[in-house]
Ligand binder design. Structure first.
Ligand code: C5P
Length: 398
């Protein structure tokens, strides 16, 4: 978020004091804030205190000629990467939903060409009233984003939804909204993660130790960088990363079908540990232990190679990234794999230690340009670094 800027509209509500903390939290993250304080907002926080936090002058009056001379209200509405309304009162929501523009705040909301994020704060009954609900729906349809309100006890003594989201929640929502405009904005990413399970009978299966952590971290990083991200995951116990479309599958063949259905994509990252083989048939009922102690033989057949199939697909993603989990000759095997599978890049990792299931990873990026050895880092850091490299490759972004 560093280097981004927010136009913060502070409406008239007791929660206005939390907006000062919001400004401070944003500043900690390198985000600059300009603030518009409505007349009602100024009943709760003073222009002086807001400007002490933003380090900028406060804009509060539509008809101030001095302000207009320095920065016109239209320009002000477009000066930031994002407009945040906190607290968003019923009044501000109603004005924006109906296109009213009688003061600086509502004019800026009408004139802006940037995304608008509202953090509503009001009494429970007001929040639940038919007109506020209607206005919220209209605003959501118009593309306005919302964070909160939360449940809790309110200044007026009532309990229920209406409390403004906490500053850190608003920061998280801002982070997510700004990411939509990140270096991968406008691109589609397809990521696979986790093991596949190949059934033997209804209660038994063949699988591996993949935890899915690396693939989930990559999907998370790509979504944060603004890519529209689909994650196709084998059975793991991880929650979907925010803003990622998650589809769960069980077998390799299901994973292939789900990937094909998710195309087209600009980038494919195959981090899943797909089972190379499956039992040639899965029994419909549980295989019983026989009385004469004959051990059943499981015959294996080859699974489709998803990476190779998608690399040769008519709708091949522009950038295809495979993984190579190896225990020996890690890099040499990865270089060979890159050619064999038709992938552009291979991320090779040595899984002889506790990489599977662990939080750290040491990888090598094998590309057309050679082999890059990355130092050991967390799986989240591998995800972020890979997302940055993908942005560089696809968009020429730094
Ligand atoms: O051949 P190997 O399994 O080592 O290749 C690993 C790479 O190939 C990974 O990216 C994995 O997701 C992918 N793969 C696949 N389909 C398979 C086996 C592996 O897409 N059946």
């Amino acid at each position: 978020m560093r280097g981004k800027s927010v136009l913060l509209i502070i409406g008239g509500g007791i929660a206005a004091y939390k907006s000062l903390e919001l400004v401070r939290r944003l500043a900690e993250r390198g985000v600059t804030t300009r603030a518009i304080l409505t007349k009602a907002g100024a009943e709760f926080v003073t222009p002086l205190s807001v400007s002490a936090f933003t380090g900028e002058k406060i804009y509060s009056d539509l008809f101030s000629l001095t302000d207009e001379a320095q920065m016109g209200h239209i320009q002000l509405s477009r000066s930031a990467d994002l407009v945040v309304v906190a607290p968003a009162t019923a009044d501000l929501m109603a004005k924006m939903a109906n296109g009213l523009a009688g003061d600086l705040a509502s004019t800026a909301l009408l004139a802006t060409d940037k995304p608008v994020l509202m953090a509503p704060a009001m009494n429970v009954r007001m929040w639940q009233s038919a007109s506020v609900r209607r206005n919220r729906e209209t605003l959501a349809k118009d593309g306005v984003l919302f964070v909160g309100p939360g449940n809790g006890e309110m200044a007026c003594g009532e309990y229920g939804p209406g409390r403004m989201a906490e500053p850190l929640e608003i920061v998280a929502a801002i982070e997510q909204t700004l990411a939509v405009q990140g270096p991968l904005a406008g691109l589609r990413a397809l990521v696979t993660a986790g093991p596949t399970r190949e059934p033997v009978d209804p209660v038994r299966f063949l699988a591996n130790h993949s935890s899915g952590k690396q693939g989930y971290a990559i999907a998370d990083a790509l979504a944060r960088a603004g890519a529209e991200t689909t994650l196709i995951s084998g059975p793991v116990s991880l929650a979907a990363p925010q803003g990622v479309k998650l589809q769960r599958v069980t077998t390799a063949r299901e994973m292939l079908a789900a990937c094909e259905a998710a195309l087209p994509a600009d980038v494919l990252v195959m981090a899943a540990a797909v089972a190379d083989w499956r039992p040639d048939f899965a029994a419909n009922s549980k295989i019983k232990k026989s009385t004469d102690r004959v051990v059943p033989l499981i015959k294996l057949v080859e699974n489709p190679d998803i990476l190779a199939t998608l690399s040769a697909h008519a709708a091949r993603p522009k950038l295809v990234v495979g993984f190579a989990a190896e225990t020996d000759d890690v890099v040499a095997n990865a270089v060979a794999k890159r050619g064999r599978k038709g992938a552009d890049w291979i991320i090779a990792n040595d899984v002889s230690g506790d990489v599977m299931g662990g939080d750290r990873n040491r990888v090598h990026l094998v590309s057309e340009a050679g082999v890059e050895d990355w130092p050991e880092m967390t799986k989240n850091e591998v995800g972020a670094r890979l997302a940055a490299r993908i942005a560089q490759k696809l968009k020429g972004a730094a």
